[in-house]
Design a protein around this ligand. Structure first.
Ligand SMILES: [Zn+2]
Length: 285
């Protein structure tokens, strides 16, 4: 199954981001040379387009996901263009999409308007929290529709919004694929994981598990067949490269840590997460 020397896939990364403008080709070449493939996920229209363009530069091992991140309202009206990108054969997933309430909590503490909860929007205006939650949900549901329509799995971003995310997925159950996708950078509880496993979702874990022990229990709970690994580069660099810019080649340390937590060999862990990634994203490799 492992064509072109690829042995493991970084299931969620962002090598199309500006942090790699000076050495993007080297970063990709370094990863592929180490047998690491990658799925670059878009967060807005530009980064979705860039992810698709980057994937086309390589014959194999580099794929794209396209979507509008819940904290990118500037592009909420650009879903038609995202839908066009979704038809591209190098696009293997729909996202990042989902719900993010974490920034409300952060920004609310400093912002009150007439005593009513309000947050500072990116454009400097005020946004009603309920209104923004509804809007995030509407955009998320559009991505769920695209997933069904183009038969490409969801790449879900969820921060402090698990109840509403699981509700939205459950209500839209008929629009989910048999292999519906991933909860990227999963930070939920065992209970959240149970409900998402009932919907047949898989989960990706990143560099955080190499230095933060609070994920050990949920990692032990989720069956290995439902776990994928990601770097979310350029963010959250795993040990032993903390302090450096992250990149897909560093995925190996996350897979090693996963093996340790699951008490299995690195070979078994990496082979299974590799197969899982191929299964979830329907990759031809
Ligand atoms: Zn990401």
């Amino acid at each position: 199954m492992a064509g072109n020397g690829i042995k493991i896939i970084d299931a969620h990364t962002h090598v199309q981001f500006e942090q790699y403008d000076k050495d993007r080709d080297d970063v990709v070449a370094r990863s592929l040379a180490e047998g690491v493939g990658m799925i670059n996920a878009g967060a807005d229209l530009k980064s979705s387009k860039d992810a698709v363009d980057l994937a086309h530069k390589y014959e194999n091992g580099v794929w794209a996901a396209v979507g509008i991140h819940p904290t990118e309202p500037k592009d909420f009206d650009k879903l038609e263009e995202v839908e066009k990108l979704a038809t591209d054969p190098k696009v293997v997933g729909i996202g990042e999409c989902g719900l993010d309430y974490a920034h409300f909590v952060r920004e609310q503490s400093g912002w009150k308007q007439n005593g009513a909860p309000a947050i500072a929007a990116g454009n400097g205006g005020f946004v009603d929290v309920k209104k923004e939650k509804d809007l995030q949900k509407e955009i998320f549901e559009k991505h769920i529709e695209f997933s069904r329509k183009y038969k490409k799995p969801l790449v879900i971003h969820c921060r402090e919004a698990f109840a509403d995310t699981i509700d939205a997925l459950t209500v839209n159950k008929n629009n989910l694929l048999p292999e519906p996708g991933i909860l990227h950078f999963f930070t939920g509880t065992i209970d959240d994981a149970k409900r998402l496993l009932d919907l047949n979702f898989s989960f990706t874990f990143g560099g955080l598990i190499t230095f933060n022990r609070s994920f050990d229990d949920v990692l032990k709970f989720i069956p290995l067949e439902k776990i994928l690994v990601e770097t979310d580069a350029p963010f959250v660099t795993p040990v032993p490269n903390r302090g450096k810019r992250n990149e897909p080649a560093f995925i190996v340390s996350t897979a090693k840590e996963l093996a340790k937590i699951k008490s299995i060999s690195f070979e078994d862990a990496s082979e299974t997460v590799f197969k899982n990634t191929i299964r979830v994203f329907n990759l031809s490799i």
